[in-house]
Design a protein around this ligand. Structure first.
Ligand SMILES: NC(=O)C1=CN([C@@H]2O[C@H](COP(=O)(O)OP(=O)(O)OC[C@H]3O[C@@H](n4cnc5c(N)ncnc54)[C@H](O)[C@@H]3O)[C@@H](O)[C@H]2O)C=CC1
Ligand SMILES: O=C(O)CCC(=O)C(=O)O
Length: 448
């Protein structure tokens, strides 16, 4: 029989041969596959059943045309995607991204990550992701609404409360979810379990808005505690200024740390007194403006063009919360230069493979995205439960459950790392703990 290492190498070659241009998907898949070798050695039946070959192939990938009319009367067309990656442990679950960089490779990388992330939550949700290359930046509310209505007119054929439940991601917040749900309801009647991240007046859950950012800090707190350390008095650099970044700042500050930066794709704010999440919220959620304007409102703050990681100042914890591949090997060296001891990922795959290798080689403890940012999808699953029950839980009830889930995710990753003698490699630990549940379900469901 093929040994586990040869088997994984064969799968990697097959992925490269089949989809040579899907670089983001390759990066996400290879990062996971390399860490699964010891599990495959323990479970030769997974090799015999070609379980990994099936895992890396989406159950379904849908691509569709999204025609819409702009304010000037021009007829526009974008590309829509939904990748229904794996339903072994529950309905497909994962967000929708609206950003010009969205293509099949990006949606597949995000969908693949979602399989193991969702498994780590311990809740019955499979992996999926979707989106479009539509750019909401600079568009009017009317244009965004017409786009969302057209997108949902096609997507509604493929989703349902027990089949596939999309939510938000980059470029998709409360406004877009509202328009998407309105159109779904118009076509199918009221079934509010079909989307999560909804407004509180029509089936949304308390704390979903805050969940990803709060969850990142609950995970960070657990990881630090395991080192005999705490967030009290720590200095944190955050990249991004969107949903995840905003509520990570709120919780970090509440837990006694000082967040000294936020950024967008143009530049970053440095505020040695600590970033005020309410100002970020006002600029990004209400005004949909650039982070630059933070410096006009807060006296202690400075704005600089360029990358937040290049900025030379000592700090303890890096929380990348913007987008994929923002930290390359050179940026990882700058993180070390500034003395940071922890990198915990709020965004999906912000660290390139070489950066992760650098963290491990230089004693920087690393919390991977699929574990650290799982709080958003976890509360989405709690929203699905509330919708099924036709009940609405309090903020404190949801927040308590979120915290327990994040602490469990860290504990499961730590335990898997220990079981396979991987020390403090919480990246491998998360991959293994997430994989074990999905693999077991796939094994018992036969050749599907
Ligand atoms: N919203 C959620 O519940 C979850 C989001 N994530 C991930 O977190 C990350 C951020 O998502 P959200 O905050 O929801 O999106 P968002 O749309 O609210 O904000 C995205 C932020 O990233 C910044 N950004 C985008 N490209 C950038 C670049 N090249 N350089 C610097 N900044 C850049 C934007 O300016 C914005 O501040 C993404 O990777 C997303 O997949 C992960 C789990 C759940
Ligand atoms: O809440 C959800 O279903 C989506 C969350 C998401 O897209 C993510 O975890 O990256």
């Amino acid at each position: 029989m093929t040994n586990a290492t040869d088997y994984v190498n064969q799968i990697k070659t097959a992925i490269k041969t089949r989809d040579p241009y899907q670089t983001e998907f390759q990066e996400a898949a290879f990062e996971v596959l390399d860490t699964l070798v010891p599990v495959l050695e323990k479970h030769p039946e997974y090799v015999a059943e070609n379980l990994i070959g099936r895992l890396v192939e989406p159950e379904r990938a849908i691509q569709f045309r999204v025609p819409w009319q702009d304010d000037a009367g021009n007829w526009q067309v974008n590309r829509g995607f939904r990748v229904q990656f794996n339903s072994a442990i529950g309905p497909y679950k994962g967000g929708l991204r609206l950003h010009p960089s969205v293509n099949l490779s990006v949606v597949k990388f995000l969908g693949f990550e979602q399989i193991l992330k969702n498994s780590l939550t311990g809740l019955p949700i499979g992996g999926g992701k979707g989106g479009s290359d539509f750019d909401p930046k600079g568009k009017s509310d009317g244009e965004v609404m017409r786009f969302c209505q057209s997108f949902m007119t096609e997507l509604q054929k493929y989703i349902g409360p027990d089949l596939d439940v999309p939510a938000g991601d980059i470029g998709v917040g409360a406004r877009e979810i509202g328009y998407l749900y309105g159109q779904y309801k118009r076509l199918n009647g009221s079934q509010n379990g079909v989307l999560t991240g909804k407004g509180l007046t029509y089936g949304g859950s308390q704390a979903r808005t805050q969940a990803t950012g709060f969850g990142v800090l609950y995970y960070t707190e657990a990881l630090l505690k395991a080192q005999g350390d705490s967030l009290q008095g720590k200095k944190i650099k955050i990249s991004g200024a969107g949903n995840v970044a905003t509520y990570a700042i709120e919780k970090a500050t509440e837990l006694g740390a000082t967040v000294i930066t936020v950024s967008d794709s143009n530049g970053y704010i440095y505020d040695p007194k600590g970033i005020d999440f309410k100002v970020v919220q006002q600029i990004k959620e209400v005004e949909r403006g650039r982070i630059k304007t933070y410096a006009d409102r807060v006296e202690s703050a400075e704005y600089h063009e360029g990358s937040v990681w290049a900025f030379d100042t000592p700090y303890d914890i890096a929380l990348p919360c913007a987008t994929q591949n923002e930290i390359d090997a050179a940026s990882a060296q700058l993180i070390k230069r500034d003395g940071a001891k922890y990198v915990i990922e709020g965004a999906n795959m912000p660290s390139q493979t070489e950066a992760i290798d650098f963290y491990h080689a230089n004693g920087i403890l690393f919390g991977p995205a699929k574990a650290a940012n799982a709080g958003g999808v976890a509360v989405s699953a709690l929203e699905m439960s509330q919708n099924s029950e036709r009940l609405a839980w309090s903020f404190a009830e949801v927040d308590d459950k979120l915290k327990a889930i994040m602490v469990n995710i860290f504990a499961a990753s730590q335990k898997a790392a220990e079981t396979y003698s991987l020390g403090k490699n919480y990246q491998a630990g998360a991959n293994i703990a997430g994989f074990e549940r999905v693999a077991d379900a796939m094994h018992f469901q036969g050749l599907v």
